[in-house]
Each structure stands twice: as C-alpha cells, then as structure tokens.
Write a new protein. Structure first.
Length: 291
C-alpha cells in the first residue's frame, strides 16, 4: 500500500515543465519547479501588483481631494472677499454721506457767520438809536427780555457742552498752534470756534490722531482742512495759507497739517480759525485745548 504524502512533501515535490517542438518533438526549453516556488512567486507578484495599485490609487485620490479642497478654499475666500467688499463699500458710502452732510453743515456755518457779522453791525446801529431814545427802565426791560431769549435759544448748547465734557474728559488734545486767542467761541453771533493770532508762517498741528475728511478752498474761509477723530470728534482749521494734507490722509497727533494764513473773505488779518465739533454740534475749543 502506497504511503500518503504530507503537505510539505507535496509542496516540495519537484516537477519539470518541458517545451517541445511540434514538428520533431525536440526539447526547446524546460523548467524545474515545485508548488512551494509557484506559491511564493505568485504571492510576490500579487503583493507587487497590490502595492503598485495602492500607490497609484492613493496618488490619484490625493490629487482629487487636494484639487477639490483647493477649489472649496478658493470658493470660501471668494465669499469672504465678497462680504468684505460689500462691507467696505457700505462703510465708504456711509462715510461719503457723512462728509457730504458735514460739508453742508460747515458751509451753512460759514454763511451764518457772514450773516452774523452783518446782523451784529445792524444790531449795534439799532441799539445806539434805541439807547438814545430809551430811558434806563426801558433798557432794563430790553436787557431782561434779551437774556431770556438768549437762555432759551442756547439752553441746548449748554446741555451739549455738558455732554461733550463728560464724553471727552479723558481725551487729550494737542494745541493746534501757539498764539493768542483774539476772538472767543460765541454761538449767538455764529462764531463756532476761536480765532488764534500767531507768528507768520507758523505751522498748524492736528490736535489728535484722525483722518482728513475735508481739504479744500472756500471763498469765505480760504484754505480749510477738517479731521475726523475718534469719539465722534471733528476738528476744523480755517484761513490757512497752504495745506499739507489731502482728503483720506491719516494724521497723527501733533503732525503739521497746514500753515497759518489770511485767506478767504471772512478774515481781518493773519490768524487761525479753529473749531471743534462733537456729534455734529460745535463745542468751545477753549474747554479742551490750551492755546
């Protein structure tokens, strides 16, 4: 009885593969092998094919994911850029509207100042005639009535001044120029700032950090520059001989913005007309700046 072979014997049993010619049956080639060698070489071939396939598929998938991720990132960046552009456009539009409104306020202030000079002159003439014809009792009545009218008209200015003092109490402002105040802030005659007399060609400085919103020439006030600061504060410098900044420029506190001059029709000599506006209303510069 033939003995049954073990698995090891079957795997290592040698075989010969012979290749013969069909015509004369001559041996052309022959190969020796066993099942163990076939299994090993087949496993190596499968492993090599699997590794190659895995590398190719991984590279392709990585390229696909990277291209898709890059496209998604670009899409997100485009959306963020679009939102930022819209927000910037809205801010620019609001700023332009604010500057336009403020220019109208400044222009109307110049007109009021011119009218105030004329009215003041007329009032002086009227008061002189009235004094010549009135008694002391009449003058007392006129003075009482005028005080009541003035207090009622300018009560809002007093409230505004108190609010500004509270909001700007911690704000430090540089002096725009070293000089002597020749004309004080007086809203009843339309004088919404102070006039400061200084040396010829004296530089004018910005009172705080800010951005130039007006830098132009007007017939009444000559070369005028206005700066938007923090806390809804605006400073205005009028009657300059020249300007050192243009609209959109950033100004640091104490930086030169213009040169003192005597330009414009509403001037009686070389000086700086300086104004401070808080929340769209004028305030007395002498309460916040030491000249």
């Amino acid at each position: 009885m033939q003995q049954k072979k073990t698995l090891s014997q079957r795997l290592t049993q040698p075989y010969r593969l012979v290749v013969r010619s069909e015509e004369d049956f001559a041996v052309r080639k022959q190969f020796r092998f066993n099942y163990a060698k076939v299994i090993v070489f087949s496993g190596l071939l499968v492993a090599i094919l699997f590794a190659a396939s895995f590398y190719v598929s991984k590279a392709w998938l990585l390229y696909w994911f990277e291209s898709g991720g890059e496209e998604a990132r670009m899409r997100r960046q485009m959306i963020q850029l679009s939102l930022a552009t819209d927000s910037l456009a809205e801010q620019v539009s609001q700023r332009d509207q604010f500057i336009l409104s403020f220019q109208k306020v400044v222009s109307s202030g110049d007109e009021l100042e011119a009218e105030a000079h004329q009215l003041e002159k007329e009032e002086v003439d009227i008061e002189r005639e009235s004094v010549a014809e009135s008694t002391l009792d009449d003058l007392s009545d006129i003075d009482t009535k005028w005080r009541k009218d003035f207090e009622s008209k300018h009560s809002s200015d007093v409230i505004m001044s108190e609010e500004a003092s509270t909001s700007l109490e911690n704000v430090f402002l540089f002096s725009p120029i070293n000089g002597i105040v020749s004309s004080d802030y007086d809203t009843k005659i339309g004088h919404y700032g102070v006039d400061v007399v200084a040396k010829k060609n004296e530089p004018v400085h910005g009172v705080a950090d800010g951005t130039v919103i007006i830098a132009s020439w007007t017939e009444d006030t000559g070369y005028t520059i206005a700066i938007q600061h923090a806390n809804n504060l605006i400073s205005i410098y009028k009657h300059n001989s020249s300007l050192s900044k243009k609209v959109g420029d950033f100004v640091k506190a104490g930086e030169v913005v213009s040169i003192i001059g005597n330009t414009g029709e509403l001037t009686t000599g070389p000086h700086l007309h300086f104004e401070l506006w808080y929340d769209g209303k004028p305030i007395d510069p002498k309460n916040y700046v030491k000249f």
